[in-house]
Design a protein around this ligand. Structure first.
Ligand SMILES: *Cc1c(COP(=O)(O)O)cnc(C)c1O
Length: 421
């Protein structure tokens, strides 16, 4: 038999029924479940089209007009547009849009300014920080002397005076602002003041709140930070990927750190999708989305409080609600499991000074970005709060779980997702 290119033309359904079937199953799961994972979202179809495009075929090591491969004319233009849009959206002097993921974006910023053994000061992981902020099993924990700050026991918000005193004592090379599980606004000006006073470089990791920043409902860290890192897939509603912003003086070093320092060829399909994401995030409709994300988190939090739940820090300023489940006599792990059975997807999360182990936890993290993208508003948040309360009040009662599951499916059906997919 001679070779023909038929294999190239097969649809996924014909080429691989197993994977195609599982994608269909996952699509259905996304359609009928209430998605409350704070780091997740539903991306616009346009973003997916770019990410699933023929750009995956192209190699383009290097930066626009300095590429190491031929045939880069069009993809160079795509990368330039992504860079320009990121800079404009966040008011940055320089953007690098190549990092494959948030952890890699942080690695790029750290490697640009720190050497192994240097001290970094970041938020405690069990009080809201991210793995890439110093977890012992993460490269940060292996390479750097990690010092951490936390939240005040009473207010459960960042104690800036304590942060300043830790910074004075430890003289860190880098201070990291930003978190994965912190429901309150972050005072970037204060962070910068502390960094300036102690001679540290301020790296703000805005992965969770980037969409709120773009939409104008959270202060923009860019003017206050030497570097800003972010993913694109969370509240910003873009593809799975990341970017780094920095001041002009660090631009050349940052670019060299990303390539050839820690990555090879960029994922052009992801960069095109990031460009689309940045465009959409600059449109007036996105401001309305971002404002509704915040309103929905507030409504969800209030409704849960009214039903007797305790919110860490007493409320929320952003897209996130962190529940303390101790008074409900259920662990985060058990709550996550029973809510999933009831058609509500969440994740267990440590709360500040959590007595439970990280694999169990006393907390549950909820986010409003994905349900807002579907079009849900305050009334739906109240309905979801009622459902959460019912399920967690009788977690052993299969009839309650089944009843809520069917109500959540009806609620989902009223907000259709990807109608043409
Ligand atoms: C999600 C997140 C990241 C990491 O993103 P990945 O793309 O999963 O590597 C980094 N920092 C913070 C604060 C995050 O919340």
């Amino acid at each position: 038999m001679s070779y023909s290119n038929e294999m190239l033309e097969l649809t996924l359904a014909r080429a691989d029924r197993e994977i195609s079937g599982l994608i269909d199953d996952e699509k259905e799961r996304q359609r009928v479940h209430i998605e409350l994972i704070a780091s997740e979202n539903f991306v616009p179809r346009a973003v997916m089209e770019a990410q699933g495009s023929i750009l995956t075929n192209k190699y383009a090591e290097g930066y626009p007009h300095k590429k190491y491969y031929g045939g880069c004319g069009f993809v160079e233009r795509i990368e330039e547009i992504a860079i320009e849009r990121a800079e404009k959206l966040f008011g940055a002097e320089h953007a690098n849009v190549q990092p494959h993921a948030g952890t890699t974006a942080n690695q790029a910023a750290y490697f640009t300014v720190m050497k192994p053994g240097d001290t970094m000061l970041a938020m405690k992981l069990d009080q809201g920080g991210h793995l890439s902020h110093g977890h012992p099993l993460n490269f940060t924990g292996m390479l750097y002397n990690v010092v951490s700050y936390g939240v005040d026991r009473d207010t459960e918000t960042i104690n800036y005076d304590e942060l300043a005193s830790i910074a004075r004592k430890s003289s860190p090379k880098v201070i990291v602002a930003g978190a994965s599980a912190y429901p309150r606004a972050i005072d970037f000006a204060r962070f910068r003041e502390i960094a300036d006073e102690t001679g540290a470089i301020l790296i703000t990791d805005m992965a969770h709140i980037a969409g709120l920043v773009a939409g104008g409902v959270h202060e923009n860290p860019t003017p206050h930070s030497h570097f800003v890192t972010s993913t694109t897939q969370k509240s910003l509603r873009g593809p799975r990927g990341a970017f780094v912003l920095c001041m002009k003086e660090y631009a050349a070093d940052l670019d060299r750190t990303v390539f050839p320092g820690i990555q090879g060829g960029p994922l052009l399909q992801a960069i095109a999708a990031k460009a689309v994401c940045f465009k959409l995030a600059g449109e007036p409709e996105f401001k309305i989305y971002a404002a509704q994300v915040v309103k929905n988190a507030a409504a969800l939090g209030l409704a849960l409080q009214a039903r007797g739940f305790r919110l860490v820090s007493g409320g929320t300023d952003n897209h996130m609600v962190l529940l303390d489940l101790r008074s409900r006599r259920i662990t985060g792990k058990a709550a996550e499991r029973v809510l999933e059975e009831a058609g509500i997807t969440t994740n267990k999360n440590a709360i500040p000074y959590d007595p439970e182990k990280p694999a169990v936890t006393s907390g549950l993290r909820l986010g409003s970005a994905a349900v807002t993208s579907r079009g849900m508003k305050e009334d739906e948040m109240k309905e979801i709060a009622r459902a959460i309360d019912e399920v967690l009040s009788s977690p052993e009662d299969a009839a309650t779980t089944r009843g809520v599951r069917s109500r959540m499916a009806d609620l989902s059906a009223a907000f259709p997702l990807y109608k043409s997919l």
